[in-house]
Design a protein around this ligand. Sequence first.
Ligand code: SF4
Length: 178
Amino acid sequence: MSKVRVATVWLGGCSGCHMSFLDMDEHLIDLAEKIEITSSPITDVKEIPEVTVGIVEGTVCNNENIETLKDLRSKCKILVAIGDCAAYGGISSMRNWFPTEEVLRRAYVETESMVLGDIPDDKILPKLIERAKPVQEIVKVDAYIPGCPPSGDEIYYAITELLAGRIPVWEEGRIHYD
Ligand code: SF4
């Protein structure tokens, strides 16, 4: 049986959701027989090929995030938002309370550890969008894995449901793998 191809990306996130993916521990051995991770921060392959499942971590924070997200959406059949940042905006969207310029000044100039800070302004750098957004505000999302981060067991549950042709459904306190 051919393996289901999976690609993952991270946008404005802390990488904790990808670390949780690795926390599936022995389940990874089971999944390795069923899925192939193509491009991913884990494999360090940058070009996204056509895949069945795309998994996105993190908030949409800048123009590069939008491009990456749209690229993944166009290459996958099922898009999964993993973690509260991707699903709801999460930590990164806390900056939405402040104007973008003020956020940049706080980060690059006023931070207590900064000496002679300056806001980077090189055209090769991604530009912050005015408001950090959850993934669903940019593209259609087919499934969610909530949590900050979701546990390895929860990610395993979601992937096995998808492999069975079902969209994972979440009820609080539901998942127990002993
Ligand atoms: S949901 Fe939590 S663990 Fe995942 S990227 Fe956001 S802050 Fe990090």
